[in-house]
Design a protein around this ligand. Structure first.
Ligand code: NAP
Length: 510
């Protein structure tokens, strides 16, 4: 348990809507930030001044501490605010607990009525060259709580702002460091464990008031942000895009169920070299987050290998690492995709020797699946949209690469037993209505294995059912490979059912 607070930021254009949102925030927030700049200008009369009874109604709608904010557009507010509006708003004066004031108004005389001041600085364009100078400027105002929020385009952009936590601690200041955007999400999750005064959360998905904000529900129930401390073992998913990842939901549920002081955080990485050097490798890292392991996915599964001290034989043969364990400062690489794929299959086909598998797709997932199938004695043929591009993979495993069949090809898989989809066709979004094969093309196939897990019932799975062909959906592989990761990190097993329930819950939310 740490001393940090979860502040739900509430933004609404009408007073009625604001009150409704506050009522929801009231249930979980430690502090409610009211973004008065979100209210429509029509609510104010004269500009910037809310009628006294309206202000009173809003501020007495909760017993939770209120943080008042009336932010200009250049600092992340919703509209341009004239100087007169800002003076009118702040000089109205009303007793709240905290107020967030930008540098240019923080020293004006009327602040005292609004409670303790937070002096805030926002940069939505990136990270200022000298964040320390910004801190020093804010610090000179004499305000006890400093907030610096910058935009992170890559994960390492968050380092300078994160380092300010130590500086603030040494100087006896309270600090709220935020790296905005998906690459900076970890600062919002881990901040209060490392001494940040508070962390902002959104009321729910779709109600974010700043980029990268996590919902209050996720912060409290998935990441357990208030229960973390500097000794918490930190794990994470290293990915080019973490925004759709199921891994934080799956792994945090398992850690929580086991009562472990561990957390699993999204780590959106563009430059893998900078991340490994500046944040992970013990000899070169600039900050200490107590990393103990990672899941790794596109596009870093191969590039990450050169930063590891050892990789196990399976990962070596596949040529890709999807799991890293950190122990005694050394980084160990593994691949759980292959086992994750093959275990559910072996439950249906205990003996895969001589089985003919048609593998659609030639990306990272296909690579692990081909390895596992070949290890178990199956014959694999690749089906791809670009055979020249897939030639390298085909040669590496000594298999044939054919063109993916067209929609009107009769029974293109008649010579095969198993059909595997390792392409994104069928995934939620623009590919959802696509499939590598329709029911009438599945003649001869004894089992369809679709790696896609969102949605759980893809068009391919529905087509297979129509043709009476047994199926395996991608969720089984997702959970199996995650269970194996959990085993590598904790030495324990048996987290599968908790993981599956968490995955299904998350899929329903999407
Ligand atoms: P990847 O490395 O990007 O490879 C995707 C493969 O699909 C490539 O061969 C690509 O061909 C092909 N492809 C892409 N769009 C296509 C289209 N419209 N028509 C035909 N082929 C197309 O991705 P990956 O990591 O291998 O993942 C593949 C799928 O498996 C993803 O949807 C992922 O969600 C799923 N997956 C599931 C699990 C699980 O645990 N269930 C694990 C890993 C992956 P080009 O090279 O020509 O682009």
């Amino acid at each position: 348990m740490n001393n940090g607070k979860i502040c739900i930021s509430v933004c609404a254009s009408t007073v009625e809507e604001l009150l409704a949102k506050m009522a929801v925030a009231d249930e979980t927030a430690d502090v409610i930030e009211i973004r008065f700049d979100c209210l429509s200008p029509a609510e104010f009369d004269p500009p910037g001044e809310l009628p006294h009874e309206v202000l009173e109604k809003i501020l007495s709608a909760t017993r939770k501490p209120i943080l008042t904010t009336f932010r200009t557009k250049d600092q992340g507010g919703t509209r341009d605010l004239a100087a007169e509006e800002r003076i009118n708003f702040w000089s109205t004066g009303y007793e709240t607990d905290l107020c967030d004031l930008e540098e240019d108004v923080v020293e004006d005389s009327w602040y005292w009525i609004w409670g303790e001041r937070i002096c805030s600085f926002h940069d939505f364009s990136g990270v200022p060259d000298d964040v320390d100078a910004v801190y020093d400027r804010l610090s000179k105002t004499g305000v006890g709580i400093l907030k610096i929020a910058v935009r992170a385009d890559d994960i390492t952009d968050a380092i300078p702002v994160w380092k300010l936590l130590d500086k603030a601690e040494k100087e006896g200041k309270r600090m709220i460091p935020i790296a905005m955007g998906e690459p900076g999400k970890w600062t919002r999750i881990l901040g209060i464990a490392h001494g940040a005064y508070l962390t902002y959360a959104s009321l729910d998905s779709g109600n974010e008031t700043a980029p990268g904000q996590v919902t209050a529900d996720d912060l409290i129930n998935v990441y357990r942000a208030k229960e973390l401390d500097k000794n918490t073992e930190v794990y994470g998913i290293i990915a080019g895009n973490t925004s759709y990842s199921m891994s934080p939901y799956i792994h945090n549920a398992a850690f929580k169920a086991a009562g472990m002081n561990r957390v699993f955080v999204p780590m959106q990485v563009a430059d893998i070299d900078a991340f490994m050097r500046r944040m992970v490798k013990p000899e070169t890292r600039e900050i200490e987050l107590n990393f103990h392991g990672f899941a790794v996915t596109n596009p870093h599964k191969q590039a990450v290998i050169e930063y590891l001290d050892e990789i196990d034989a399976t990962a070596q043969k596949i040529g890709a690492v999807n799991t890293i364990k950190i122990a005694d400062g050394r980084l160990y690489g593994y691949n759980t995709d292959a086992a994750g794929f093959i275990e559910p299959l072996k439950q249906r086909f205990p003996d895969l020797k001589g089985i003919k598998a048609a593998m659609c797709g030639a990306g990272g997932a296909a690579r692990a699946c081909i390895y596992a199938l070949k290890q178990n004695g199956a014959d694999v043929t690749l089906f791809v949209r670009d055979t020249a591009k897939a030639a390298g993979l085909a040669n590496e495993f000594g298999i044939e690469a054919r063109d993916l069949p067209s929609k009107d090809a009769g029974s293109p898989f008649a010579d095969f037993d198993i059909l595997v989809n390792a392409t994104p066709l069928g995934t939620k979004g623009e590919d959802e209505s696509k499939t590598i094969a329709f029911a009438e093309q599945l003649g001869g196939i004894k089992l369809v294995y679709d790696l896609i897990y969102n949605p759980t019932e893809t068009l391919l799975i529905r087509e297979a059912r129509k043709a009476g062909v047994p199926v395996i959906g991608g969720l089984e592989m997702l959970i199996e490979q995650a269970e194996q990761q959990y085993r590598i990190w904790t030495g324990n097993s048996g987290a599968g059912s908790v993981m599956k329930a968490a995955a299904l819950k998350r899929l329903q939310q999407q």
